[in-house]
Design a protein around this ligand. Structure first.
Ligand code: TRP
Length: 450
């Protein structure tokens, strides 16, 4: 049951955490994290990532959920309600635009995962298969029709969950998909670390070589931590509004962040040992999942089964994250236009089909159309990760630290004094939100610009 006074909401705290973990675990963990680890020298990058996630990202996640639960409603409403100022609504609108940009390229990659899941199911990547995975991937993604059809399929699957609503759609599917995802990644991890020659890959993941760490890798760790925890795009504000009043927000933030990080490291364990066991270059970049891995599956015992499990995991992770992006946009549209969930979701899906198609075509026929030297797909990814999400994160911490203030923050995280939260910990968290996070975000932005 939804609590009185809230139009929609999760039925339990576990449902809330499952949905937020579903948002956090996505292509960022399985696709981006392993290749960033590969490009930035392994364990040292992971250590920096862990520190940033603990010290900076988790408190921001908490700040977002405080705005959401205290403010209630869609992000713009939540911002307005907690600050009492109309102008803050713009921060919520910006979150909606950010999610829209991310979603436009996310559905394209989501479509690729469906294609690769189907290819795996027909055993295209079984041991001994003769495929040129590079040519296969390039041929597919530069095509003008097939990838668009797959991304529309991906949008359709997502919209069904959104139309079913917060409890019957988002909560129910998350409770089902999250445990499955963890089981899958552990199974694939076990296969990977038991391959002959996997030891080098494990050492690469766990023996830090700090000399390979550059300033740029620290910036990338921060950006990745934001992306992976879905920060700065009002995801936790939207889900915060659906959170039961009795939930312990601090504990939830910790659980979400630990689960997401554990999953990212597990994804590293599932991929890197296999990459090293087959002597492939770990710094391959974005093609790691769609080019390098299929090649590896065709050489590995149980490769066919593993490829199906892996692409199924990638698909589940992508859908549950896309649902959260879609929900931020839909709930915002519902509150702006007053239209029903179903109508709003259909409008979002139609516009997304158009922008997603443009992103997809920008890998092929529209490759020549560039904005500041990048094709549209890359530009959307770049702008949202490096500019919009960081600005969104900055607005969140400024809102809590400087407008809402410590008293209201403490009141919300203790649920009006009914939940015990260690006072020192609460003060440290508030200090980070008010001073440390803004300085780090602004400092990072300055260093990216210059
Ligand atoms: N966290 C997701 C991932 O790792 C991406 C994502 C989902 C996201 N929802 C978001 C990023 C909202 C920013 C904002 O793939």
């Amino acid at each position: 049951m939804t609590e009185p006074g809230r139009k929609e909401g999760f039925s339990s705290n576990f449902g809330m955490v499952a949905a937020a973990v579903g948002s956090a675990i996505g292509l960022g963990n399985l696709w981006r994290f392993p290749y960033l680890v590969g490009q930035n020298g392994g364990a040292a990058f992971i250590i920096v990532y862990l520190i940033i996630t603990l010290v900076i990202s988790t408190p921001i996640l908490l700040a977002e959920s405080v705005i959401g639960r205290r403010g209630g409603g869609a992000p713009a409403e939540a911002y307005r309600n907690v600050t009492g100022r109309k102008a803050w609504g713009a921060a919520g609108i910006m979150g909606m635009i950010t999610c829209f940009m991310i979603m436009s390229f996310y559905v394209v990659v989501g479509g690729w995962t469906i294609k690769y899941l189907l290819l795996s199911c027909v055993m295209q990547f079984h041991r001994g298969a003769q495929i040129d995975s590079g040519a296969l991937f390039t041929g597919f993604m530069t095509d003008s029709t097939a990838p668009i059809a797959y991304s529309i399929l991906f949008i359709l699957l997502t919209i069904i969950i959104i139309i079913l609503g917060v409890q019957k759609g988002i909560e129910k599917t998350s409770k089902l998909m999250m445990p499955m995802l963890f089981v899958l990644i552990i199974l694939i991890g076990i296969r990977s670390v038991t391959l002959p020659g996997a030891k080098v890959g494990i050492a690469y993941l766990f023996n830090p070589d700090f000399s390979s760490l550059t300033f740029k890798s620290i910036l990338e760790a921060l950006g990745q931590s934001f992306f992976s925890l879905s920060l700065g795009a009002c995801m936790m504000i939207t889900y915060g509004a659906y959170t039961p009043k009795s939930s312990n927000l601090t504990k939830n933030a910790a659980v979400i962040s630990v689960s997401d990080t554990f999953f990212a490291v597990m994804a590293g364990c599932a991929i890197m040992p296999a990459v090293f066991a087959f002597g492939v270059n770990p710094t391959q970049g974005a093609g790691l999942v769609f080019v390098t891995l299929p090649q590896i599956f065709t050489q590995m015992p149980l490769g066919g089964v593993c490829s199906a499990l892996f692409f199924f995991a990638l698909f589940l992770a992508a859908v549950s994250s896309a649902v959260s992006l879609f929900e931020v946009i839909t709930s915002s549209l519902m509150s702006i236009t007053g239209k029903s969930r179903r109508t709003s979701a259909i409008i979002v899906a139609l516009v997304l089909t158009a922008t997603g198609s443009v992103c997809s075509l920008s890998q092929g026929v529209l490759r020549g159309v560039t904005i500041a030297g990048m094709n549209i797909f890359d530009q959307f990814d770049y702008l949202s990760s490096n500019f919009l999400m960081t600005t969104g994160g900055l607005l969140t911490v400024v809102c809590i630290g400087w407008c809402v203030g410590k008293e209201a923050f403490l009141d919300e995280i203790t649920a009006g004094g009914t939940i015990r939260v260690n006072r020192t910990l609460a003060s440290i968290l508030f200090f980070i939100i008010k001073y440390v996070a803004p300085v780090v975000i602004v400092g990072t932005a300055i260093s990216i610009i210059f």
